[in-house]
Design a protein around this ligand. Structure first.
Ligand SMILES: [Zn+2]
Length: 243
């Protein structure tokens, strides 16, 4: 029974480590989401700069188009005979010049906006890089922890075989069967109740457990029961034997 309890302790440690091994990578999922968010922020900042440059180019294109139009009209002026047509053309040219002036002003304000956006982009880049570096460092810590956990678990698993070999041969398969559905599979008998399900154990079985004749399972939950006093006997008996 002592060896079985030791085995159970070991199995529970292994199970705990396995659980942690599963949980730890989930912490990195959170970082992956954070990474994506930072990436999106950077792209947005870059897009803002690009869009402002594009608008500037569009304004420049508009200005060039209108200047070409003015030149064309300028050439036509000399061939016009009627005064009214001449005036209308001049008016048209004035209009184009005004539109050009507006576009030029727009370009200046776009340039200012672009300067601001660019400065913001540089700041964003710096901040995002720092945050990414922090995430990398935290992920590295997690990877390190995971490596240690896996190593520890493997070491424990190595010691399981020799320990299982010490368990009474008829108990081991019973234990293996029970632990698939109930953990812990071996529990103490506390007064007359099962330490697993807390139900009352039949007096006859309690007596038999106390007598230490036979290993009994709880009739309610199926866990194997032991009594602490029996363990003490077993350990002192074991020591006397080896002495
Ligand atoms: Zn029980």
């Amino acid at each position: 029974m002592l060896a079985l309890l030791e085995l159970q302790t070991l199995d529970m440690k292994i199970a705990k480590l396995k659980e942690l091994e599963k949980e730890l990578p989930r912490k990195k999922d959170k970082f992956a989401i954070h990474r994506q968010r930072l990436d999106a922020e950077l792209k947005e900042s870059e897009a803002r700069c690009k869009a402002l440059l594009q608008k500037q180019r569009e304004c420049t294109g508009d200005i060039e188009q209108r200047q070409a139009q003015i030149q064309k009209y300028d050439g036509q002026l000399y061939s016009i005979k009627k005064n009214e047509e001449y005036k209308a053309l001049l008016h048209e040219m004035e209009l184009l010049k005004k539109q050009i002036a507006i576009k030029e002003e727009r370009i200046i304000s776009l340039m200012c906006e672009h300067d601001e956006a660019k400065a913001m982009l540089e700041a964003d880049k710096e901040r995002i890089q720092a945050e990414l570096a922090k995430i990398d460092a935290e992920c590295a810590v997690i990877d390190g922890e995971l490596k240690t956990l896996t190593h520890d678990r493997k070491e424990l698993e190595k010691s399981r075989g020799p320990l299982a070999a010490k368990v009474e041969p008829e108990l081991l398969p019973r234990y293996e069967r029970i632990r698939k559905v109930r953990v812990p599979a071996v529990v103490p008998l506390n007064d007359e109740t099962c330490g697993g399900c807390f139900m009352t154990v039949r007096p006859q079985i309690v007596n038999e457990i106390l007598a230490n004749d036979k290993i009994h399972a709880c009739q309610h939950c199926g866990r194997l029961l032991y009594h602490l006093t029996n363990l003490e006997d077993a350990s002192s008996g074991g020591m006397a034997e080896s002495a």
